[in-house]
Ligand binder design. Structure first.
Ligand SMILES: Nc1nc2c(ncn2[C@@H]2O[C@H](COP(=O)(O)OP(=O)(O)OP(=O)(O)O)[C@@H](O)[C@H]2O)c(=O)[nH]1
Ligand SMILES: [Mg+2]
Length: 450
């Protein structure tokens, strides 16, 4: 069973709005009073929040379906239904949220406390008290609550670290993190000890920065060998790459320069990291042969314009110099970057504010109406209630739908679809809309009322 998950598809459903209530005030020995049906409550939102204590998306791997509570129905005596509770989902810093269908990035959640409303709860329906007007004194209907947003998103963790360590398996990357910080990653003398990125916090004078390692890379990682380069996503945000090179390994075909070139080739195949500055760390210098080899190859690296640090993660030899060199780079990179304030609250943009609608002539006998308002009004309508249907007809007329249909060439008796062609609602259109002319049902199905 995995204990770290950095990519997951999440199925999200915000709460539905509660239905409004249709009720008439009653009292003993008194004639019927006015309408007193309360409004339905709002459905709860689903919110993502960057939480410092969450390091993995594991929870969502186990429970990928998350749902906020529905709003309660309105009641008589003007009692409004309660709103549904929001659901707040903690995510690690550096979580990228994508639309799982299109792959489009919806938001990149960076900064502890950043909140993002990923799915908005549906509005509650108005009760008949709220629908009463001078013309319609006692409505015998109420509006339905609207469904909450429902969507599938892909969460992807790209760790937020200033410096990333890359290198072959067993080069000593995790040992270096352990030596530089208080982190206690797993260290062992077999390859692929590290299966998940480790993060350590390092202090160099006034500069505090984070260092991450990733599972070791091997030739062909970009074709999926070893753990593949799938984990390189975690170093994408770093300001600097540090090559950790094992000078104590005496395997055939391996030497510090070749190792460096192999890793560089894998980084190039991955792309996206080419512009990051590099340092070279020659590790395991406590082994005499290794120190000798390090001294030998240092000029070769320097000839490539690289700064080289010979260290021992085991004895901490050379770490001070390395730490300060990394700290300097990080400080310079930060100074060059505009200050990014963590976003506190982002609301997923909605196609709201679309006051209009569009009429499209499909053919002589079929017209389509799309638009935020008419489609919302359809969802709010209880089609089993003639009065509610009449109210819908009035609203559509007032919006100008009828007029536009006539302009587009619709004659009495043609079919009009409101909403998408598949799954929208169908009318038999009459030049003056009235309750009887509206027929509910998915297009083309037999559920249409005759
Ligand atoms: N002698 C010596 N051994 C070291 C040094 N640094 C690491 N090692 C040893 O090298 C082996 C691998 O170290 P790790 O830190 O686990 O290596 P890694 O690069 O994180 O390896 P993966 O996680 O598999 O990619 C362990 O047995 C360490 O004890 C060092 O400076 N000197
Ligand atoms: Mg490791």
């Amino acid at each position: 069973m995995p204990d770290f998950v950095d990519q997951v598809v999440l199925h999200i459903k915000a709460g539905d709005g509660g239905n409004g209530c249709a009720s008439i005030h009653r009292e003993k020995f008194k004639p019927l009073g006015g309408p007193d049906g309360g409004n339905g409550g709002r459905g709860g939102d689903v919110i993502l929040e960057v939480d410092p204590n969450t390091a993995t998306l594991l929870d969502y791997h186990h429970r990928p379906h998350r749902k906020a509570a529905n709003g309660k129905q309105g009641q008589g005596s003007n009692r409004d239904g309660a709103n549904g509770d929001d659901v707040v989902l903690p995510v690690p810093n550096g979580t990228v949220v994508r639309d799982s269908a299109t792959g489009e990035v919806l938001v990149d959640l960076v900064g502890v406390g950043t909140r993002y409303v990923i799915a908005q709860g549906g509005h509650g329906g108005l009760g008949n008290a709220a629908l009463a007007t001078t013309r319609r004194k006692a409505p015998g209907f109420a509006l339905l609550g609207e469904p909450g947003d429902e969507l599938d998103v892909m969460l992807e963790l790209k760790s937020v670290a200033d410096v990333a360590l890359v290198g072959f398996p067993s080069a000593g990357k995790s040992s270096l993190i352990a030596a530089l910080s208080a982190a206690k990653p797993k260290i062992a003398d077999y390859p692929f000890t590290t299966l998940i990125p480790n993060l350590g916090v390092v202090t160099a004078g006034d500069t505090v920065f984070t260092v991450a390692d990733v599972p070791g890379l091997i030739p062909g990682a970009s074709q999926g060998k070893g753990l593949g380069h799938e984990f390189l996503r975690h170093v994408e945000r770093c300001d600097m790459l540090v090559h950790v090179i094992d000078c104590a390994t005496m395997e055939p075909g391996r030497d510090p320069i070749t190792d460096y070139e192999v890793i560089e080739a894998e980084l190039r195949a991955y792309g996206k990291l080419d512009d990051r500055p590099r340092l070279v760390v020659l590790n395991k210098a406590d082994v005499p042969d290794a120190r000798e080899l390090a001294e030998m190859v240092t000029p070769d690296f320097e000839a490539r314009g690289l700064r080289v640090f010979t260290i021992s993660a085991a004895t901490h030899d050379g770490l001070r110099e390395l730490t300060f060199a990394m700290g300097e780079w990080v400080a310079a990179a930060r100074a060059a970057k505009p200050v990014e304030e963590p976003t506190r609250l982002v609301i997923r943009p909605r196609q709201f504010g679309d006051a209009g609608f569009r009429v499209r002539r499909v053919n002589d006998n079929l017209f389509q109406v799309t638009g935020e308002k008419p489609e919302r009004w359809i969802r709010q309508t209880d089609f089993s209630n003639d009065e509610a249907v009449g109210y819908l007809a009035d609203r559509l007329e007032r919006l100008g739908v009828e007029e536009e249909l006539a302009k587009a060439g619709a004659r009495a008796g043609v079919e009009v679809v409101i909403g998408p062609m598949e799954g929208g609602y169908v009318f038999d259109w009459q030049p003056t809309l009235h309750a009887e002319s509206i027929r509910q049902g998915p297009r083309g199905s037999d559920s249409r009322l005759g």
